[in-house]
Structure formats: C-alpha cells, structure tokens
Design a protein around this ligand. Sequence first.
Ligand code: GLN
Length: 315
Amino acid sequence: RQSCSAEPGLMTATDTVNYWQKVFETNGIPEARESSQYIVSFVLGAKTFQSLDSKSLHTPLTALQQEQIQQLSHKRLQRMPVQYVLGEWDFQDLTLKMRPPVFIPRPETEDLVSLVVEEEFQKCENSALCFPVPVPRPVILEIGCGSGAIALSLLCKLPQSRVIAMDKEEAAVDLTRENAHRLQLQERIHIIHQDVSHSSAKQLLLWGPIDVIVSNPPYVFHEDMASLDAEILRYEDLDALDGGDDGMRVIKTILSLAPSLLKVSGSVFMEVDPRHPNMVEHWLQAHPELLLTLHAIHKDFCGKPRFLHIQKQSS
Ligand code: GLN
C-alpha cells in the first residue's frame, strides 16, 4: 500500500523529506534536500537522515511530528541557517547549542583545533627525556570564542589543559558558558566578556603566561561582506566576520597583544583568509619588535592556505 503524500496524517519520513525539499526548492532555499533531511531526522531524534532505519523511514509520522517539522521548516523558509533552526550543531565530537546571532562554527575550523592538539602532543614528545611521555598541560587563550566550539573541543582533546575564552558579545559569552556546563567542562574554562582591542595583558594572565593563543577572528574583507549568503547576513553577528578593509583588523590586534601574553616559544594559531598568509608575513617583517615568526602555513580541506602557526621568539 502506498502512502499518500497529499494527506499529512499518512506521510512517512521519506515522503516528508521529499515534500519539504520541493517546498524549499520552489522558494529558492539553498541545500533544499539537506535542509529537509536535517529537519526531519532531528524531529525523529536521529543525527542524520542516513542513520534512520527502514522502519523509521516508512512509518507514517504523527501529527505532532508533522507539526514540529512544519514549524522548523518555516524558519528555514526565512533563510535561517539549519544550525539555528535545529538549535544545535556538531563540531568535532561535540554537540553544541546554537542560537542567533552567535557565529556558527564552520567545518574547516575543526582542523584548527587538530593543529593545536597535534602541536601540543608533539612538544611533549620532543621534550620527553623519560618514559612515560608527559601529557600536555597548556594554558590556552581563545580570542572570539563564539559558541565555544574551539575552546571546548580543545578541553576535550587536551584533558590536562585549561582555557581562557573571551568574546566581546554577551550572547557569545552566554552560549559558551551554557555549552561548557552542558559538557561539564566548566571547571577548566574561564570565560571573559571583553573586546580584545580593549584588553590588557594583566587581565588575561590569571593563570600565568599563555602557551597557545587560538582564534578564528573576523577576517572577511569588508568589501566582500555584501556578497555573503542571506543565511549569514540575516542571522549571524556580522562583527564575527567583518575584518575591515584588509580583513586584518582583529588579526593585527591579536598579534600586537600576543607577545605580552605568550611564554617564550609559545604559539598563535589562527584561521585566516587565503590572501592573509602573505600579508601577515610582510606585516610581521615590518614589526620586528613583536618578536613573532610565521612558523607554518597549513591548508584547509579545500587546499587553500587557511591556518597560521606563529611563534614567539626568544628575546
Ligand atoms: N569562513 C567564514 C565564512 O565566511 C569566515 C569566518 C571568519 O571571518 N572568521 O563563513
């Protein structure tokens, strides 16, 4: 017996995905199928549509489920990013609460976390004269923590680390705090509501000199802001993306502050625009007093130069 997609009461998960996909397509909503699949599987309590078994796919949904799907789909029809529609999103191994206007973590940023983790384990191995190899115990500062994605992932991957996470937006600080509590990581994170351009070293040295500064700063060139997707422009805090005329406004602020915060041979790991590695290299050459060296440039999964590893030299 075929279920009838015209009658909501009999629509299965598959029918419902197809139905909303059509509605999204008709209304010019990008990623129509993925959006529909995310919403339907979320309401059915599954992470992905692909993970639903054939019974769940072919059982008619309840009226309540249909209503929930309809409510969420109407948000997506307003171009709300699916991460805000669902109110949660995965980053590395964590499920984080999401809500507008706090910046949604992008998949490429997961690699920024991995670079920091690898470097910290590498340092321990290099310095180990004895067995067992000591575990990394870095003090990390995250500048612009947003939802807390980077900070909280680092706390999980580096179980002896501590993180100071700061953001100039109260909504971001609140969300980081909420996510930290949900993941029971609140003991190892210190969250500060502050703009990095108004910060003094003293306030950030509560646990002594910093081993690693990590940041996904706003780095979009101002002239490129207008061409961002409607999802971003309508819902996300644009201050988390707009890096000023050369995209480097906050990058320069972070690098200017870094020497007074870092231990000797401490590191800054930053996500940037692919045009930035050269620009940052020149800027550092023009500012030898900062004692910072561009140590490595790493590519993202699209092959674009995306991550900078900068190190503090010995004076
Ligand atoms: N890559 C991001 C985006 O446009 C920009 C992130 C940023 O400025 N930090 O989605």
